[in-house]
Design a protein around this ligand. Structure first.
Ligand SMILES: CC(C)(COP(=O)(O)OP(=O)(O)OC[C@H]1O[C@@H](n2cnc3c(N)ncnc32)[C@H](O)[C@@H]1OP(=O)(O)O)[C@@H](O)C(=O)NCCC(=O)NCCS
Length: 171
């Protein structure tokens, strides 16, 4: 990515052709916690409305993956979902990631607002996520609150040290 020109605040639906670029960005941001291509393709096919990318000059500089899920039961990292639970009762933000050169410019803000509006319009009353990489303060700014870790400590271990389960109401 070059330094010249305005950064994109626009997000568009993710396509299968974007997955390689998305994985390349994930490798930079999460070298110790990779997710396989099949895992990403699975989420994209199960809930395309929750998968977005932000692109600049043909390069993926941000991606977001989200989908309906069940409260308090985050899927393990790198787990391929075989379907969405018929009794999904929350909207789950699986991952939002921005390339280092594009961070701090409101790119993530734009997609969080968009996805939470989507979740509301789809009828969800709460959103949940696992904050990693010290991102909990970012999520707090978006109205998410830390949840007690005890109930899901084992599930969170796949997300690495310091993972925090967070939740916010959407109504
Ligand atoms: C966390 C992340 C998605 C934020 O993306 P970003 O595009 O840099 O965020 P924005 O520029 O939209 O910042 C939005 C606001 O949050 C603040 N912010 C960003 N990252 C923050 C952090 N880690 N802690 C506290 N505040 C943060 C910004 O200062 C900004 O504040 P403002 O609205 O008052 O200006 C990005 O740093 C990232 O991709 N990190 C690596 C991957 C990651 O850990 N993702 C989270 C997975 S749960």
């Amino acid at each position: 990515m070059t330094e010249a020109g305005p950064l994109p605040l626009k997000w568009r639906p993710m396509k299968v052709a974007d997955v390689d670029g998305m994985l390349a960005l994930a490798e930079v941001l999460y070298p110790d916690h990779p997710e396989e291509r099949d895992v990403i393709l699975g989420r994209l096919s199960l809930y395309p409305a929750g998968c977005k990318v932000s692109e600049r000059e043909g390069e993926i500089v941000g991606y977001a993956i989200s989908h309906p899920w069940v409260s308090g039961q985050p899927p393990s990292l790198n787990a391929k979902l075989i379907g969405l639970p018929p009794k999904s009762d929350i909207y789950y933000l699986h991952d939002i990631a921005i390339a280092p050169a594009a961070q701090g410019k409101g790119v993530a803000n734009a997609v969080v607002v968009e996805l939470l509006a989507h979740a509301r319009s789809a009828g969800f009353r709460n959103a949940e996520l696992v904050a990693v990489n010290g991102s909990a303060p970012f999520w707090s700014r978006h109205g998410f609150h830390r949840q007690p870790p005890s109930a899901m400590a084992r599930k969170l271990t796949t997300y690495g040290e310091g993972a925090v389960y967070m939740k916010r109401p959407l109504v």
